[in-house]
Each structure stands twice: as C-alpha cells, then as structure tokens.
Design a protein around this ligand. Structure first.
Ligand code: PLP
Length: 456
C-alpha cells in the first residue's frame, strides 16, 4: 500500500473552535496582531509549535498513574534514566523541566564573557541563554542552508570549513563547546547527516573541544538519515541514534518534542566535573537530581515516549504528514522552504509577499491573514524574531523571512491539513492585498513573544 495513514485510532477527542471571518478579524486585532496573544479556545488549527503539544498514547496516560512521587530516588526517575541511557549512552542524565532549563544550566557553567559557542544554527532560546551569559553565539549553516528554494538532503549540516577557520582565529581556549542542532529547527527543520556529525566531531577532537547535540528532534533526524544517507537503510532508528550520540560528549534536550510528552527535558554528559556543577545548579533552581522540576509522573510518560518515538511506522507517518502538507502547497504554487523538514512547513515570505520589504514584516502580515481566513495559528520566523537595528536605526534583516506552520505530533489528521492548505492558498491568491506592518511596542529581549503590531 502506498497511502501512509495515521498509525493509531482516536480514543479521546477535544472540540476545536469554528468561527467566522468577522470574528477572527476582531480576535487578531484584539491580540495586537501577534498570534502569541490569541487564546487557544479561539483557534481552529494550532500550528504555533510542535513543542509540548503532542497527543500522548493510552499507554502514556496509563503510566501517569504509576508515577512514584517520591522527592528522592523515585522509581519513575530510574525508568526515565534507563530509557534515555539506552540510546544516548551518556554517563550522567540530569532531568530538567524543559529544554531551556538545560541550556541555562549548561551555559551558566560553560558560557560567560569572552567565550564563543558555535553551532550549525542555534535555536532562539539557546542563543538567548548564551547571550545572557555574555558569551557569543555564532552560526555556521552549510552552503544552501539559508536558501529556501534550494533542494538538498541535509540542509541542516554544519559548515565545517568555516568552523575550523573560526577556531583558528578565536583559539580553542575560548570555545568551551560546540553545538549541533538536530534537526536544525531555525534552519527549516532540516536534517544533519551522520557524516557531517562525524566530521564535526573529528575536527573538534583535534582541538580538544567537546561536542554537545541539541537533540530535541533526534528521532526525526535519524529517520531522515535512514531514508537519505548511504549505508543506513537497513539499520534501526535506535542503532542510528546510538551511533549519532557516540560522537557527542553531551547533549541538551527539550523532551517536549521527540519525548512525545507535554513537558520535560534533560542534560546528558560524560564529563564528571561538569555534571557535578550542573547537579548543584539543578538543585538550586530546578529541583532534586531525580526529578529536576518535573512531576515524577511526567518522567513515566517520557520513559514510554522514548520507546514509542523509535517506532518506524510512527516516524514514517510523522515525516510523511509534514511532506503531504508541503506537497499540497507546492501543487497550489505557494512558495515554501524545500524540501519540507521534519516538524513544520515554512512559508517563504520573501516570495509569498514580495511587495513587502523585510522591515515591514511580510511574515507577520501573512501570519495574521492566515488566522483571519482559516483560524489557523502560525508564527513568523524572520525579521520580527531575528531582525536587528544598526547604529543609525536601519533594519538589518536575517537571511530568511519565514512563516512556520509547525505540526503537533499525533494531533491533526490529513483533513485538518487539507483545510489548512485551502486557507493558505486563498491568502496566497490574494497576496497583493497583504499590507506591511509595524511594531508599536516591544520588550528588550526575545521580542517576538510579546511585541504588539499594527498595519503601516
Ligand atoms: C524547543 C527547542 C529548545 C528549547 O526547549 P524548550 O523545551 O522550549 O525550553 C531548544 N532547542 C531547540 C532546537 C528546540 O526546538
């Protein structure tokens, strides 16, 4: 059979809002034209993020009842630790309440003034935590990684040549670690090849710099390796994951993604000295080392999530659903970042609304219109999220202007996707009517979450 179906049936349902165009016009205006201010009860299809929005399985819900809520030494922690060690093989597994808590601990210890932290592309909270520690975050996306129209199997790769040039220039003493994000979220959910991870590790070994993987979507990345990289077709996803983590000295993870759960994260490391410091910080800010800010029942759900995510029927459905979404849009002529990545479809706002200059936030304008037409919530990833200003106040645009439509795991069916495609196509066909936007208020840090907008 060629048709890829959802490899599950629906046991419990949650109604979604069906509203009118007039209602949605008012709702988005009242939300200051920022989709983060919308109430979820007013949304028809919520593609804001794939983080923590997963539908848990019946087995996970059952396991919640088995949570051992002991403060120290909880049985649930050991189940979680075993599940994570099984594919990462790291010596220390330190639980946190989500990914950014792991990042904060990592960079509080290894970041700081004068330090430089390279990556293929840092995620926004990773960059935020590095910059907050006063270290410098630098991205080395491989060639083609910032060109939405260019096809490629592993557009998430690290530019190893530029990385080495930077190491020579800055000096290995000032680089406490290098990161690789899999899949590369800010770069379009694009995978990183095993060869690229191995080559990065070999380079870093020469200079004695540890490699940490930001592994939120490790299973999706491993599935792409299986399908696209020579020599991996007959390996299981777990075998591929084990090889991938064997090249790393540690990792941070937001388990709200490939942990198939609604919250959680962890740090994995082989470095005893670092682990000791991390555990101290964990106790000060997150909680004891056997729960790290999580309810122990959440650790139970994660232990099961880390089994289910290796199911190839699940991963095929997951990757194919995102591809289905992208392919339908391409059929309608809508410009998107190609090929589709693991967790989201990214509209290419530069081509979609080519009459709106980056400083008037074309992505934000598209995002608002998609909500008005279909009640669909997406998020701008472009000049709003990453734009800066020079000394004269002139806008400096990031390389890409995108609108991310993230697909929650196991939540929407392909008829929800068809509905979404219809709405986006309608916005695209009327794109000449899209108007530029301006920011009327913004905070000093991570402005996209709370900035307020209006039309120019
Ligand atoms: C989500 C995410 C994070 C941060 O994790 P949270 O759980 O949201 O704190 C870090 N890196 C990447 C690549 C992510 O996608």
């Amino acid at each position: 059979m060629k048709t890829v179906i959802e490899p599950f049936k629906i046991k419990s349902i949650e109604p979604i809002a069906l509203t009118t165009y007039e209602q949605r016009k008012k709702l988005i205006k009242d939300a200051f034209y920022n989709t983060f201010y919308l109430k979820s009860e007013d949304i028809t299809i919520d593609l804001l993020t794939d983080s923590g929005t997963t539908a848990m399985s019946a087995r996970q819900w059952g396991k919640l009842m088995e949570g051992d809520e002991s403060y120290a030494g909880s049985k649930s922690y050991y189940k979680f630790e075993n599940a994570v060690k099984d594919f990462t093989n790291f010596k220390h597994i330190i639980p946190t309440h989500q990914g950014r808590a792991a990042e904060r601990i990592l960079f509080s210890i290894l970041g700081g003034k004068g330090k430089v932290i390279p990556s293929n592309t840092h995620f926004d909270t990773t960059r935020g935590n590095i910059e907050y520690s006063e270290a410098l975050a630098v991205d080395f996306p491989a060639e083609g990684g910032t060109d939405p129209a260019k096809l490629g199997d592993f557009k998430g790769n690290m530019d190893i040549k530029s990385l080495e040039q930077m190491i020579k220039k800055v000096g290995k003493k000032n680089i406490p670690l290098c990161m690789i994000t899999v899949t590369n979220n800010s770069g379009g959910g694009q995978p990183v090849s095993m060869k690229n991870i191995r080559d990065t590790k070999n380079l870093l070994k020469k200079y004695g710099i540890p490699l940490y993987i930001d592994c939120c979507r490790f299973a999706e990345n491993c599935y792409f390796i299986k399908m696209r990289e020579k020599g991996y077709r007959n390996k299981t996803i777990k075998e591929i994951a084990r090889e991938m983590f064997s090249y790393a000295d540690g990792c941070t993870m937001s388990a709200k993604k490939d942990g198939l759960s609604n919250t959680g994260g962890f740090i994995g490391t082989n470095d005893d000295g670092f682990a000791g410091k991390a555990k101290t910080l964990l106790i000060i800010t997150e909680g004891f080392i056997t729960y790290g800010g999580l309810a122990r029942r959440d650790l139970e759900a994660l232990a099961v999530g880390f089994e289910e995510v290796f199911d190839e029927n699940y991963l095929r459905y997951r990757i194919e659903q995102v591809k289905y979404f992208g392919d339908r849009l391409i059929e309608q002529g809508v410009p998107i970042l190609v090929p589709t990545g693991g967790h989201a479809v990214y509209l290419d706002a530069k081509r979609f609304a080519s009459h709106i200059k980056p400083e008037f936030y074309p992505g934000q304008s598209i995002t608002c219109e998609i909500f008005k037409v279909g009640g669909i919530r997406a998020v701008e990833i472009g000049s709003v999220m990453f734009g800066k200003k020079d000394e004269k106040g002139k806008h400096i645009a990031p390389p890409m202007e995108l609108v991310r439509c993230a697909v929650p795991r196991r939540v929407y069916t392909n008829s929800h996707i068809d509905y979404t495609v219809e709405a986006i196509t309608e916005v695209y066909n009327n794109r000449k009517k899209l108007k530029g936007m301006k920011i009327v208020w913004e905070p000093s840090f991570l402005r996209h979450f709370t900035a307020k907008f209006d039309y120019v």
